[in-house]
Write a protein that binds this ligand. Structure first.
Ligand SMILES: *[C@@H]1O[C@H](CO)[C@@H](O)[C@H](O)[C@H]1NC(C)=O
Ligand SMILES: *[C@@H]1O[C@H](CO)[C@@H](O)[C@H](O)[C@H]1NC(C)=O
Ligand SMILES: *[C@@H]1O[C@H](CO)[C@@H](O)[C@H](O)[C@H]1NC(C)=O
Length: 364
């Protein structure tokens, strides 16, 4: 066991040094695309201000996608391609029950798109790329480009649909088998009733503010990772780890950055032993509140990533009113704190992601 744990960390460390390099690049590009949409760009220059003034969407367009040919398109990407750059309408893409075997990208220039399935058990988009697979240019894809579905646009919504990466789960020690099902790099994304299925690195919560409601997220190692500022409300986090796993790897790297993952009223189930959080970034921030833990949590509960950079002194790992047979282990290290109400409060409501301004009261 000890040697396994050692190789697990060694291999995680190697892979995540690699992930971090990719992350920096993509986070930058994602954020610049967000600010070019202008919704939150402060400016003292009135010329600039006028040019970037935020104009919300107006009008509605419905696009039907049906894999059997009874819609406007058979593929989800074809529907996205039909939306013009600089889109200003609410575009509802209704996706019939069925399995859509394709890789899908929603570019930054196409805000206000909704993917609506007929239920997360019946409408599925899936692909099977791994980080070590080669792209069209002959280069390895790397983790962030392995995603089956990637969203760079702001104001993306998904309801009642699943996203899968069907690449086989890696055995411990395998390198380059990260396989992302869904990557969200756009700001102000709302996901409700969705499923995310993969093994290592299932959900890339890369950058921007996101709200996940009543979602099911399945994976093995670091299966929710990135530097998003996200609330996960009423979600099930399900581990399929065979020997060791971890739920969340949050990549906050600056002390006053507002990013972090807040899990509120969630359920942790599946197989273990499982770390509930890992310090991907020096100032990693992860909070679990009102969450149920099955008896799957690893001794200690949390992991500092590399045992050399003293992240245990700079991370913010918090627990508030959690319960279940695994909840005791979530308080297993001194640097994960049991929060009091005042400290927990900012992580308990949609204000954590400024949701009052972009999530309708009926949705959150
Ligand atoms: C405001 O921005 C415009 C466009 O970038 C620039 O041409 C102009 O000089 C700026 N004005 C001031 C007062 O900074
Ligand atoms: C999504 O599924 C839930 C549960 O099956 C259902 O109550 C809801 O109406 C669905 N929403 C949409 C937009 O289809
Ligand atoms: C924190 O991590 C350092 C190594 O980075 C280790 O030496 C130290 O014992 C850890 N402290 C605690 C309280 O776990």
């Amino acid at each position: 066991m000890a040697s396994f744990i050692f190789s697990f960390f060694l291999y995680s460390f190697f892979l995540h040094a690699f992930i971090s390099a990719a992350s920096n690049y993509h986070t930058t590009s994602a954020l610049s695309s967000v600010s070019s949409s202008g919704s939150s760009t402060p400016s003292s220059n009135s010329t600039t201000h006028r040019r970037h003034k935020w104009v919300g969407p107006s009008g509605h367009r419905l696009i039907r996608v049906d894999v059997h040919g009874h819609g406007d398109f058979r593929s989800v990407q074809a529907a996205v391609d039909s939306v013009p750059e600089g889109n200003r309408m609410n575009v509802l893409i209704q996706i019939s029950a069925g399995c859509y075997i394709e890789k899908v990208t929603v570019p930054a220039s196409k805000p206000y798109i909704t993917f609506q399935g007929e239920g997360r058990d019946v409408t599925v988009i899936e692909w099977h790329d791994r980080a070590c697979d080669r792209g069209p240019d002959g280069q390895q894809l790397r983790t962030y480009h392995s995603a089956s579905v990637s969203v760079f646009a702001p104001y993306f919504t998904a309801r009642n649909i699943s996203f899968k990466n069907t690449a086989p789960a890696p055995m411990p020690g395998m390198q380059g088998w990260q396989a992302v099902a869904f990557r969200i790099s756009g700001d102000k994304a709302f996901l409700s009733g969705c499923g995310f299925y993969g093994a290592q690195d299932t959900l890339c919560d890369d950058a921007g503010r996101h709200y996940f409601k009543e979602c099911y997220i399945e994976g093995s190692i670091d299966f929710i990772f990135g530097n998003g500022r996200s609330m996960y409300k009423d979600c099930e986090l399900h581990s399929i780890a065979t020997r060791f796993g971890s739920i969340a790897a949050q990549d906050r790297n600056i002390a006053d950055e507002k990013t972090g993952f807040a899990f509120v009223n969630c359920r942790v189930t599946g197989t273990g032993p499982l770390y509930v959080g890992r310090a991907m970034g020096q100032y990693s921030r992860i909070v679990y509140a009102y969450t149920y833990f099955d008896d799957v949590v690893a001794h200690g509960g949390w992991d500092d990533w590399d045992h050399v950079s003293n992240k245990n002194k700079t991370v913010f790992f918090g627990v508030y009113k959690c319960y279940g047979p695994g909840a005791g282990a979530v308080r297993g290290v001194s640097w994960a704190r049991e929060l009091d109400y005042d400290t927990a409060h900012p992580f308990l409501a949609k204000s954590f992601v400024n949701g009052r301004h972009w999530i309708s009261p009926s949705d959150a």
